[in-house]
Write a protein that binds this ligand. Structure first.
Ligand code: ZN
Length: 281
């Protein structure tokens, strides 16, 4: 397993970790001034800043874009709406290419009142991903399927486990080779008794590795993620599996924390991320 002491070149910060407090240029400056290796920006801030300008800024700062966050949801009640969702994601995929992103992160969506069948929604999502994958292959920006914790199956993601993501990769890849992989996020996957085996099986499909921690008790399903070391996830054990599976890319910190970290300054949050990265990841 890699020794992370002083290896901030292997650290990437998902900008959500700072709670969207600052403009993209300030975030980039902060990361660059601490010799951080990577950034994972969100569409809202990149689009607000201007994609070309953002790409230049990030490139000039020497930061790797470990992922572009993220797809809009694919399932919809009508065929036209589903097609519009694919079009929206093609636009974002093109922006990911402009940014030179390692991957385009897909959080796929799930059932709705109009569209309540989980089985149908999964099938539709897979079909939409196959459509998007054609463009991903042309642009050479792979889609990173991010399975979310099953607690989000009611609203955010009909893709809930690593085994399901591997299965979808196999299906999509058969149509468009090299167009798809997986973003493995400990927050979503740590509970799975089969995790080590599935990470091994995922192997070269692993395009991104996201870390945070699971707090007990968790007070909010979306915005109460913990800093690494503050929760119950055995992070070094999982990283060992991830690296044994062949992943040697950057490690991205992604913390949604409305009650705690989002109330602190980005500089303070980054300082803690850097400490914990060396000791608890
Ligand atoms: Zn994630």
């Amino acid at each position: 397993m890699r020794d992370l002491k002083g290896r901030f070149d292997l650290l990437s910060i998902n900008t959500a970790t700072f709670g969207y407090q600052t403009e993209l240029d300030k975030t980039v400056d902060l990361l660059a001034s601490h010799n951080i290796g990577g950034i994972a920006p969100w569409r809202r801030e990149v689009e607000a800043f201007g994609v070309d300008k953002a790409a230049r800024l990030i490139r000039d700062a020497g930061l790797e874009v470990t992922g572009y966050c993220r797809s809009s949801y694919f399932p919809a009640a009508t065929k036209e709406e589903r097609l519009a969702a694919v079009q929206d994601n093609i636009k974002a995929l093109e922006d990911a290419a402009t940014l030179g992103a390692d991957c385009f992160v897909a959080v796929v969506g799930s059932i709705t009142h109009e569209n309540p069948s989980l089985e149908d929604v999964r099938q539709q999502t897979l079909e939409s991903l196959i459509q998007l994958a054609g463009r991903a292959r042309e642009l050479q920006v792979p889609i990173a399927l991010e399975p979310l914790h099953p607690m989000y199956v009611g609203d955010r993601s009909c893709l809930s486990s690593l085994s399901q993501a591997i299965e979808w990769c196999d299906i999509i890849d058969a149509e468009h080779p090299g167009s798809v992989g997986i973003a493995a996020d400990v927050y979503h996957l740590w509970w799975d008794p089969d995790l080590d085996k599935q990470l091994t099986q995922a192997g070269s499909r692993l395009l991104a590795y996201h870390v945070s921690d699971w707090l007990v008790p968790t007070e909010d399903l979306l915005t109460d993620r913990g800093m690494m070391g503050d929760g119950v996830i055995q992070l070094p054990t999982i990283r060992n599996s991830v690296e044994r599976a062949g992943y040697n890319g950057l490690i991205e910190v992604e913390i949604f924390s409305s009650k705690n970290w989002w109330k602190k300054s980005p500089a303070e949050t980054l300082r803690t991320c850097m400490e914990r990265f060396q000791t608890h990841v």
